[in-house]
Design a protein around this ligand. Structure first.
Ligand code: MG
Length: 155
């Protein structure tokens, strides 16, 4: 077994889409980034890369590389599957938390699970996604950005 942890933050701005776990969520602001800025998928990818002992997402998919401009993060996540396979590992389980003051994410969590499971070559029952606010405190509470934490176990 190998354990990994991931954390990511993206800034919320007007004129961008809000994509979390591959779900395009209607909202007044969206996440800024070189790729689609899917902060949840990025945190999960970093957890997997951490468990593999292979550094982080920035090393494998640099945000200075034009190839990743506007990239679909679920597509990048799918590229971790052969890396896990090469190590003789696959997803045991993933637990992640999205920290956002708004919008309410509960209605979208099942679709996020399905999307991430498909990308990562596993089943939705191995993926848990939670959403919380930080009670109007800090940058997430002030709706300046969204953060995500993830841990994963590879088996
Ligand atoms: Mg990121």
């Amino acid at each position: 077994m190998r354990i990994g942890h991931g954390y990511d933050v993206h800034r919320l701005v007007e004129g961008r889409r809000l994509i979390l776990g591959g779900v395009d969520i209607p909202h007044t602001t969206g996440l800024l980034g070189h790729s689609d800025a899917d902060v949840l998928t990025h945190a999960i990818m970093d957890a997997i890369l951490g468990a593999l002992g292979l550094g982080d997402i920035g090393r494998h998919f640099p945000d200075t590389d034009p190839a990743y401009a506007g990239a679909d993060s679920l597509g990048l996540a799918a590229r971790l599957v052969p890396m896990m396979a090469e190590a003789g590992l696959s997803v045991g389980n993933i637990d992640a938390t999205v920290i956002a003051q708004a919008p309410k994410l509960a209605p979208y969590l099942p679709q996020m699970k399905d999307n991430l499971a498909r990308a990562l070559g596993t089943t939705p029952d191995r993926i848990n996604i939670k959403a919380t606010t930080e009670e109007h405190l800090g940058f997430t509470g002030e709706k300046l950005g969204i953060a995500a934490h993830a841990v994963c176990l590879l088996i």
